[in-house]
Write a protein that binds this ligand. Structure first.
Ligand code: F6P
Length: 193
């Protein structure tokens, strides 16, 4: 059986400051995770693994130690949800500067669209071609971001849309999905870094 592996990038500088989005590089913990990920795929038998990475620096850095014979592609569609006017802010900043936005988002997180940015619903629609390809491919590792991976997991786990934006996907953990006839087996490998 083939498997789909999903991971967020390692901890970025913005993650460590609680800031949304941006394009910051990995912290030293994030770099440790990138090494641990490469080690995992040294041991795991995954013939012809394809690596699909977002176009953000933190995702590319997370995949950089993987064996060069794994074919890597960089998909813009795998970039993190665009938080528009809230990019680079913390949740507290947003609460203070744009209290109405915080409130609207809490009210309907799936449909809420950041001004000049995206909603989860928008991310789901831009991921359609990625998911179609994932359905056709053999072994794939996706290196992406929290909101994007929530959308992909909700599809494979068949979770209701209102729950999608709350699926827990911690940093430094790798999800292995093995599609079966009517469900997906999943294993989570967590790294304590
Ligand atoms: O904080 C990391 C991050 O990936 C942000 O870039 C993104 O806006 C956020 O998580 C998505 O999570 P939530 O929708 O819960 O704010």
């Amino acid at each position: 059986p083939r498997s789909i592996y999903l991971t967020r990038h390692g901890q970025s500088e913005y993650n460590s400051m609680g800031r949304l989005g941006g394009d910051s590089p990995l912290t030293s913990d994030g770099r440790k995770y990138a090494l641990a990920l490469a080690e995992f795929f040294e041991d795991e038998e995954v013939p012809g693994l394809r690596v699909w990475c977002s176009q953000k620096v933190r995702a590319a850095q997370t995949s950089q130690h993987l064996k060069p014979d794994f074919h890597t592609e960089y998909w813009k569609a795998l970039d993190e949800i665009d938080a528009g006017i809230c990019e680079g802010l913390t949740y507290d900043d947003i609460q203070q500067r744009y209290p109405k936005q915080s409130e609207d988002r809490a009210h309907d997180k799936y449909h809420y669209r950041y001004p000049s940015g995206e909603s989860y619903e928008d991310v789901v629609s831009r991921l359609e071609p990625v998911i179609m390809e994932l359905e056709r491919q053999a072994n794939v590792l996706v290196v992406s971001h929290q909101a994007v991976l929530r959308c992909i997991l909700a599809y494979f786990y068949d979770r209701p849309l209102p729950e999608l934006p709350y699926i827990d996907i911690p940093l430094h953990s790798l999800v292995k999905l093995t599609p079966r006839a009517y469900h997906c087996d999943s294993t989570i490998y967590s790294y304590d870094i």
